[in-house]
Design a protein around this ligand. Structure first.
Ligand code: SAH
Length: 236
């Protein structure tokens, strides 16, 4: 079974966009994953194809209607569809590499992209949508957020990354930021590649990389560093 992504959006023409190029695009062509974008507006019922309405209780902006969005979800994902139903939302639990990994191991995802002020709360509850945020800032729609989530998942699918191993060393996979990289030439603008990396001593290189990763994490991400130290403490 391949990872199957269905995106519900008012702008299906935005897709596959960047997901159709490079690593993700080649994987899509090969059939390593499948993708469909569905237009929520196809489920509008009136002459003007209305999908939104003013917020109950007043206030600015518009809200995606529960009945229209629910019809779009039901058409794309019948109740027995095993895929998780996600709603891209700044109120959601922030996306992490651990969640990405879990999603990539599953059957795929049905992803709802919000617009306007957001969607009617009743459809979130009635269709069991899990809200997922890509960070503490506000986008104008869920489409870019859905692309971020899918890009992160697709590169983890079997055979998508050139070298399986390149997923393992990366930032976050063991809770640390990644060590610095270098490549030829050995000298550039009077900056040399660290001597250890050209020593050929793989044990020393591994220790140097770990030390660099730890120092970077401690300096830039005290939150990750504290969690890492706590995990390490538990193991000892
Ligand atoms: N009024 C809302 C923001 C709506 S932004 C609020 O204050 O919470 C419009 C849509 O963009 C949202 O429904 C959501 O689908 C998407 N979106 C915006 N920021 C996002 C983020 N950080 N992560 C995921 N989706 C986001």
């Amino acid at each position: 079974m391949t990872f199957a992504a269905t995106v519900l959006t008012l702008y299906p023409e935005m897709f596959p966009g960047p997901l159709g190029l490079s690593l993700a695009g080649r994987a899509l062509e090969r059939g390593a994953w499948s993708f469909a974008a569905r237009n929520i507006r196809d489920h509008a019922t009136d002459r003007h194809r209305t999908v939104d309405d003013t917020p109950a209780g007043g206030g600015v902006g518009m809200v995606l209607k529960a009945d229209i969005l629910a019809a779009a979800i039901d058409a794309a994902a019948p109740p027995d569809d095993p895929r998780p139903r996600l709603l891209m939302s700044p109120r959601g639990r922030p996306l992490t590499q651990a969640r990405v990994r879990a999603l990539a191991e599953g059957p795929g995802a049905v992803i709802v992209c919000g617009r306007f002020e957001g969607v009617d709360q009743r459809v979130i509850e009635g269709r069991g949508l899990e809200e997922v945020s890509i960070g503490d800032y506000i986008l104008s729609g869920g489409e870019l957020a859905a692309m971020v989530l899918l890009d992160a998942c697709v590169r983890l699918l079997p055979g998508v990354m050139g070298k399986e191993a390149s997923g393992e060393d990366e930032s976050f996979s063991d809770g640390l930021l990644e060590y610095p990289h270098y490549t030829r030439p050995p000298m550039w603008e009077e900056r040399a590649i660290p001597e250890i990396l050209v020593s050929g001593d793989h044990g020393r290189i591994a220790r140097w990389r770990r030390a660099e990763a730890e120092a970077l994490t401690a300096e830039r991400r005290p939150d990750l560093w504290a969690a890492y130290q706590e995990r390490r403490g538990r193991k000892d």
